[in-house]
Design a protein around this ligand. Structure first.
Ligand code: IPE
Ligand code: IPE
Ligand code: MG
Length: 245
């Protein structure tokens, strides 16, 4: 594989349907889904991907039955506690994006601990989007720009996409190049709205617990086969010899 995305963003969807198909409860699918996080992280390191962003819990997922929400919170805490040492050993820097203040205290503490422990690692940046919504992200960035204006640090006519970019999540790593959604649905579900402006989209019918290394390779292969034009013409890119720059 010649062209490897620098940053992959994944909507890990289909846990519930995968479990249901086997007459198991939904939570069983979530549990098995965590195992796929581990293998996907390893696959990304192996491929030389710099950043991986995983959608774990959306701002809309609070609408699920209380029992499922609290199971997911518990799973998040236990996975974080269990996996953090392994992540650290493997040189992974962990970052949580989203409004974590709504999470149980115990989870917030585990997040801070994990982020501090792994902050100097550089093999892979693993962003986990939790209580995250693309609209929330843009609103928070906008609020900060408004505050800068109110403080006299910025004039309204100086507000540009670049200024907003400086305030939004994931501004410390390359923009996502490849978006993967498992589970067969072809939608973004309020994931990285701003950051995905020029991302290549890839959808697979595989449920998340089925997403193995071969499936990851297929997605990356598809990415490698595409010509990213960023508004230019194909001829321009071929002439410049920088196809897919
Ligand atoms: C994704 O799987 C995991 C979370 C949203 C936390 P789902 O739970 O959405 O699984 P389906 O889509 O119902 O099959
Ligand atoms: C998106 O999946 C959120 C996560 C994977 C965390 P959903 O299953 O919540 O998305 P919708 O509701 O089908 O759009
Ligand atoms: Mg779903």
């Amino acid at each position: 594989m010649d062209r490897i995305p620098k940053h992959i963003a994944i909507v890990m969807d289909g846990n519930g349907r995968w479990a249901k198909r086997q007459n198991r409860p939904r939570f069983w699918g979530h549990k098995r889904g965590v195992e796929r996080v581990r293998s996907t992280v390893e696959g990304c390191i192996d491929l030389g991907v710099e950043a991986l962003t995983l959608f774990a819990f959306s701002t809309e997922n609070w609408k699920r039955p209380e029992e499922e929400v609290s199971y997911l919170m518990g799973l998040f805490i236990s996975s974080l506690k269990r996996e953090v040492k392994r992540l650290h050993r493997n040189g992974i820097r962990l970052k949580i994006i989203g409004e974590v203040s709504r999470f149980p205290e115990q989870l917030q503490e585990a997040i801070v601990e994990a982020e501090v422990l792994t902050q100097n690692n550089s093999k892979l940046l693993l962003n986990v989007a939790a209580n995250y919504g693309g609209r929330w992200d843009i609103a928070v960035a906008t609020k900060q720009l408004c505050q800068d204006v109110a403080d006299g640090k910025l004039r309204p006519d100086e507000v540009t996409p670049e200024k907003l970019q400086q305030k939004i999540s994931l501004n410390d790593c390359p923009e996502p190049d490849l978006f993967i959604r498992t589970g067969g649905e072809q939608r973004i579900s309020n994931f990285l709205l701003w950051q995905m402006a020029y991302c290549e989209l890839y959808f697979t019918d595989l449920y998340w617990p089925e997403f193995d290394r071969a499936a990851l390779d297929m997605a990356v292969q598809s990415f490698g086969d595409r010509q990213r034009r960023f508004g230019r013409t194909g001829d321009q890119l071929t002439k410049e010899g920088n196809e897919g720059a």
